[in-house]
Design a protein around this ligand. Structure first.
Ligand code: MG
Length: 281
């Protein structure tokens, strides 16, 4: 009942936001596939998007590259060895695990979108509960034809369940609950603190893992704080459930889980990562 109630509130909130949404042209996106399982019967992706109000733009201050604190677990230090030691790809259908085959060059690793050559999402070998995570990412400069969600899309999945979106949102409008720093399809960022494409961006994410009741409902909900380039985008935001592309958040009981970095299947040039470390809390 509690889950139904939460989902009903979420649906009502989305409905209210749709009602305020001004009419206008939206950028073309992927084909509108319809989901027909119980998560979102008859729904299309756009049914859980809302586009206004757009968060105000804040120009971030200048920050030096952060080195890791002494008690951090280094997840990527710029070397091939640290990619090999800490990351794998996992086929979610077959559960087969293979070495991560993203490209490492000049101290950064770049998403490999070539699925026939080991591409795809990568995830940490280690699993985590609550944590503080630091990572740096860079969207390359690219053609203006790549817009909305098809422009530097990636993401950080907390415990492999909840996506904090990564996207080039510098002069690139999209649905606000899909912007950089959004809790995907749930909570928009408080502001837009994007640097230009080609410049490095910083995420500091503080995550409180959930606790579950025996029946699989949340006893203590998960919460997330996201700081982007030194600017708070999510302030101890309550996570409602999984971050679904189509449909509403689902509450699924889970334990510790890996950090997953998304390889998004869009045709825009791949983004890069560097300097990734985590502290258990
Ligand atoms: Mg994404």
């Amino acid at each position: 009942m509690k889950k139904l109630f939460v989902l009903s509130i979420f649906a009502l909130a989305c409905g209210a936001m749709f009602a305020q949404q001004p009419q206008g042209q939206r950028p073309q996106q992927q084909p509108q596939d319809v989901r027909n399982d119980k998560i979102g019967v008859g729904m299309t992706p756009t049914m859980s998007e809302y586009w206004s109000p757009q968060p105000k733009v804040v120009t971030p201050g200048n920050q030096a590259t952060a080195s890791a604190p002494s008690d951090a677990i280094i997840l990527f230090d710029g070397t091939q060895k640290s990619l090999n030691d800490n990351w794998v790809t996992k086929n979610m259908r077959t559960q087969e695990v293979n070495p991560a085959k993203w490209t490492v060059k000049d101290g950064v690793m770049t998403v490999n979108k070539d699925m026939r050559n080991g591409g795809g999402d990568i995830q940490t070998k280690q699993e985590f509960g609550s944590f503080q995570l630091h990572l740096e990412w860079c969207v390359p400069e690219m053609d203006a034809k790549f817009t909305s969600q098809i422009r530097g899309n990636s993401g950080v999945y907390l415990q492999n369940m909840y996506e904090v979106q990564i996207l080039d949102c510098y002069n690139n409008e999209t649905y606000v609950n899909g912007m950089t720093g959004s809790l995907y399809k749930q909570t928009p960022p408080l502001v837009n603190a994007m640097r230009k494409p080609g410049e490095w961006q910083y995420y500091d994410i503080i995550y409180n893992a959930p606790v579950f009741n025996a029946d699989g409902t949340y006893k203590v909900r998960p919460y997330v704080t996201v700081i982007h380039n030194g600017v708070v985008l999510q302030n101890h935001t309550e996570i409602l459930g999984t971050t679904e592309y189509i449909g509403f958040p689902q509450v699924k009981a889970h334990g510790d889980g890996p950090i997953l970095l998304q390889c998004h299947g869009d045709p825009s040039p791949s983004i890069s990562f560097r300097n990734i470390w985590i502290r258990k809390m």
